[in-house]
Write a protein that binds this ligand. Sequence first.
Ligand code: GRF
Length: 208
Amino acid sequence: MKVAVLISGRGSNLHSLIQASNEPKSGFEIILVISNKRNALGLETAKEVGIPIEIIDHRNFSNRESFDNKITEFIESINIELICLAGFMRILSESFINRWYDQIINIHPSKLPAFKGLNVHQRVIDAGEKNSGCTVHFVRNKMDTGPIICQASVPVYANDDVESLSSRILKKEHIIYPQAVKLIAQGRVAVNGEYTLIDGKNIFPKNC
Ligand code: GRF
């Protein structure tokens, strides 16, 4: 399965996806990394392993659709089958999401549907939550919604700050994101309304 990864920054999830793609039976290959930021650290990771990169700076486009159309142009030209958002900090237009329906997935650092949006870890701490986690889901038009593929949990401790909680969650992100992509590449994920079915069942895969 041909995969494109869209990033805006650090790229640690990109790194975990690259590593997983190199496993013998992964079933997927990352053939393009797109960033809207020229200085995104993740671009260096892609370059190191020889994955082609494209920088598409959103500031060069007069509106969201034209920026998104440029992304579509690139990914259509190389027959991408799955788009992975990995810390991509742009909201995608409805037309883009409809064009790639069930072919865009995202990782979000909370247990969706709880704590959608930004500044998640601080809000989790402020709310006194006892656990949090991360979610891989298909992307729909409303932000941080869509059928959930994998989800992992971590405890929240009384002395946690954003840094300690986010790094605990990030370790789980690096497990479940590659896992979700492998499941899709192996043809084991189906979307049925608001649910994903894994091997035909409404369950979470192992490790989640
Ligand atoms: C991750 O926490 C991810 O859940 C969120 O953005 C962050 C990206 O981190 N969507 P990285 O760039 O993959 O290191």
